[in-house]
Design a protein around this ligand. Structure first.
Ligand code: GRG
Length: 296
């Protein structure tokens, strides 16, 4: 399959859905909506929503019924990027090829734009229950799943250990924890959300979870690699920031060659996990390859 064309097509679908599911950018108070749009529509691969749609379609038919959930995942991801870029966190000036939210709107509005996106995400998740064919019971499961991935057992936990590990020598277990929680938790939750909404069996959900976990790890290892080998044009942010902040990364701990090998192994494991899905797992399998060979 042509995975680039697939991503392009899915990105447009997600972007159109996001436009229709967010408060209008000119709604009062203007500044907060403009700040949300600034970061949300600056670009981005839309990996998490695309994963949720693909996981749903590996079991059910058309992805359309879960677009609110897919959009919620992108809102959460964008919130995490806005807060991650703040001076109190990673203090970055560029993201997705444009100045970061706080650089344009100031810190207070950037914090609120992140908060607003996170809050709106849970509104959208609940709204998904209004769509015919989507059971309230499954939606409630998904809300719990995603809330857990956002909290101290997921994004926040990973971010805390990442921040407190700066300038320190971390061991492999700690590094794996950071990657699995900071990045992997939302990726796994995206895959699981699509699968749960599709009514996955225990066996299918287990397969999807293994896939998401391995893919999340591979994704963050390639992110570490791209921070060294990527270009500013492709990344949309300045490379080399991990080294500058003495961040714990796979290339720093294991060396570049071994980091690349670990990413390949994780992608292969992800693909193995979904073998039980047969032909219906082919798109997810191609997405795993895309994660490994991406340049942004
Ligand atoms: C609550 C104050 C407060 C902060 C939360 C949750 C959080 C801070 C930070 C999350 C950590 C984080 C941003 C991890 C980075 C994950 C990552 C690799 C992001 C880049 O993802 P891509 O490549 O980006 O999918 P695009 O731009 O393509 O969407």
């Amino acid at each position: 399959m042509n995975i680039s064309a697939y991503f392009q097509e899915r990105r447009t679908i997600v972007d159109n859905a996001l436009c229709s599911m967010l408060p209008a950018s000119d709604q009062y108070p203007h500044v907060i909506h403009q700040a949300m749009y600034h970061s949300l529509f600056a670009g981005g691969k839309r990996l998490r929503p695309i994963l949720a749609l693909a996981a749903y379609e590996a079991i059910e038919c058309s992805y359309r019924k879960i677009l609110p959930t897919a959009c919620a995942l992108e809102c959460i991801h964008t919130y995490s990027l806005i807060h991650d870029d703040l001076p109190a966190m990673d203090d970055d000036d560029f993201r997705r090829g444009v100045p970061t939210c706080h650089k344009v709107y100031g810190e207070a509005i950037a914090i609120l734009a992140g908060d607003a996106l996170l809050t709106h995400a849970f509104y959208l998740l609940a709204e998904n229950a209004k769509i015919e064919g989507i059971s309230v019971e499954r939606v409630v499961k998904v809300i719990a799943e995603i809330a857990n991935a956002c909290g101290t057992n997921g994004l926040i936990g990973g971010q805390v250990v990442d921040l407190t590990s700066e300038d320190k020598q971390v061991d492999a277990d700690t590094l794996r924890y950071i990657h699995q929680k900071k990045t992997g938790a939302l990726i796994t939750a995206s895959v699981r959300a699509g699968a749960i909404l599709a009514g996955a069996s225990v066996r299918q959900l287990e397969a999807m979870t293994g896939y998401g976990d391995c893919l999340g790890l591979a994704f963050q290892i390639t992110d570490d690699i791209l921070d060294i080998e990527g270009s500013i044009e492709a990344l949309g942010k300045t490379p080399g920031s991990d080294a500058k902040k003495h961040k714990a990364t796979y290339p720093a701990l294991f060396g570049m060659q071994e980091a690349k090998k670990q990413a390949e192994i994780a992608v292969q494991k992800a693909k193995n996990c979904i073998e039980v899905l047969g032909e219906r797992g082919e798109v997810l399998s191609s997405i795993a390859d895309f994660v490994l060979y991406r340049n942004s």
